[in-house]
Design a protein around this ligand. Sequence first.
Ligand SMILES: [Zn+2]
Length: 198
Amino acid sequence: MKATVPAARGYALGMTKGDRLRITNTTGTQVLDTWAFATDGQDDLLSMEHCREVLQKITFDTGDILVTNLYRPILEILDDTSGGGHDTLIAACSAAMYARSGAGNDHPNCAANLATALAGEGRSCAVTPAPWNLFMLAPVRDGRTIDYIRPTCPPGGYVEVKAMMDCLMVFSACPDDVYPTNGGDGSPCDVHLEHISA
Ligand SMILES: [Zn+2]
């Protein structure tokens, strides 16, 4: 099944254990905030801080198994042709972030896209979880400072993951036009998904 995460909007996709998903950055410039929530009867979720602890690194690579806040495997990275380095440190953009940046009080944002997508599934989150910022590069320099740079993903580059449990994945094609991380041209783009059932 093919689907599109519309530019600047969110999208929710239910995954069954063993399903694979190819996430294609068609333009190469688009950041995709990504979350995953267990739907197998528990309520844990993909946790960047737990993944960093277990994997002993701040960005993740092909072959890595990502875990929830209960240390349960939730996603395996099967392939990555994007160049990797997907940020795990920076919060999802939010109404507060854009207001702080002088971009107004009604700017589209990933936190609201997540909330809307979850509401469509009858779920909610009290606090926006840390996203896995696919295709976003915010490398740490000298072990302590963060650079914000443009994505280096080639057009058509993709990340492929496998669900290690039944889960709900939520994506937001980031509408950020404040930082250079989202291509720097202020033009959010669609991201394309290919869902392959187990
Ligand atoms: Zn965003």
